[in-house]
Design a protein around this ligand. Structure first.
Ligand code: BDR
Ligand code: CA
Length: 342
């Protein structure tokens, strides 16, 4: 009888252990395999720190950089700085396109500062760029990836992915989803009356990505202009009392000034960081599947995203357009993640 009870006990423990291992594996399998394509940029750096502080959910395969807010050498340095500040030097950084596909380059130094990073002093990071080009990295990685397994977050002009898609259209097989900060519909533009900066900086690239048939999610100005800093929200970040909190506090304090003044709003948006929040907690956001095209004709609507919100055209839905989000939920999540960094 005693031996029978002992055996049963043993069996129960084995089953429990097995259940635990299975649960752990299932959790690991849920991680998002992620490449972040970026042009840091003040809000890009906040987004990168946010993402790099979230290893439980995000398996960041690489950061790929593009010219946008500032020149490529500076965006690449700033991406490496974010990696260093987050203590995540094992994540490779590959530099990509030094200019847009067709149009003349534009920069946003007036918003992000000469170095592309307002509010903090920059230095040359200890670790350099990884060898190889971002476009080739995207092609090689996506070609050999498991079908529809990799998510790409694009926080700047979409030049790198567009060039990769043109050179090797078969890479769509590796893409699970592309989540983009860009575009504007209800809000109006921030670089022209109708265009948002990332789309205006390279509309031809955005067009290639839109036509590629990959699953797309857009976080446009419509949502980012609803998720604004406030004194209390900046205080909650400053209260973290770690280096990451100090950095983000200093960056944002400076970065939001321009938008607050220009739009007469009580706080500023942290555009690119909303992409990371969307990946971590999509339930904070709402939107709908729509047909989107981008205007690349010279003229006043250059770079405008035309969104068929009310399905007037009955055209195929090629993107999920995020329109609203929980602002306090966003800042709570950001603060919670930054708390994990040094
Ligand atoms: C976008 O433009 C850039 O200046 C920001 O980094 C963000 O990606 C907002 O329009
Ligand atoms: Ca950006």
């Amino acid at each position: 009888m005693y031996r029978y009870a002992q055996k049963l006990h043993h069996l129960l423990w084995s089953l429990l252990l097995l259940a635990l291992i299975t649960a752990t594996n299932a959790h690991a399998a849920e991680k998002i395999d992620l490449i972040i394509d970026t042009d840091p940029g003040a809000d890009d750096v906040v987004a990168l720190l946010f993402a790099l502080a979230s290893p439980e959910e995000l398996n960041i395969r690489a950061l790929t950089t593009v010219a946008g807010n500032v020149r490529l050498d500076k965006t690449s340095r700033n991406a490496r700085l974010a990696r260093e500040w987050a203590g995540r030097e094992e994540v490779p950084v590959y530099a990509g396109a030094p200019k847009p596909m067709m149009r003349t380059p534009i920069y946003a130094e007036n918003i992000h500062g000469k170095e592309g990073l307002s509010g903090v002093v920059v230095h040359e990071p200890k670790k350099g760029l990884d060898e190889g080009n971002a476009v080739n990295y995207l092609i090689d990685t996506l070609k050999s990836a498991k079908p529809h397994s990799i998510t790409i977050a694009i926080l700047g002009p979409q030049t790198n992915l567009a060039l990769a898609l043109i050179q090797a259209p078969e890479i769509v097989q590796g893409i699970k989803e592309v989540v983009i900060m860009g575009g504007a519909h209800f809000n109006g533009g921030n670089i022209t009356p109708v265009a948002e900066f990332n789309l205006f900086a390279d509309p031809h690239a955005a067009q290639v990505v839109l036509k590629s048939g990959v699953k797309l999610t857009y976080l446009p100005l419509d949502v980012t202009h609803k998720i604004l800093t406030s004194e209390a929200r900046l205080k909650q970040i400053a209260a973290l009392n770690n280096n990451a909190g100090k950095l983000v506090g200093n960056i944002l304090n400076e970065y939001v000034k321009g938008d607050m003044e220009h739009y007469g709003i009580p706080g500023g948006p942290v555009h690119d960081a909303t992409v990371i929040a969307y990946l971590l907690k999509p339930e904070l956001f709402t939107g709908r599947s729509v047909n989107v095209v981008v205007d690349s004709r010279e003229g006043p609507t250059f770079g405008q995203t035309i969104v068929d919100w009310y399905d007037c055209l009955n055209a195929p839905k090629n993107a999920f357009w995020v329109e609203s989000g929980d602002a306090q939920g966003f800042f709570d999540l950001l603060t919670q993640r930054l708390a994990r960094l040094k």
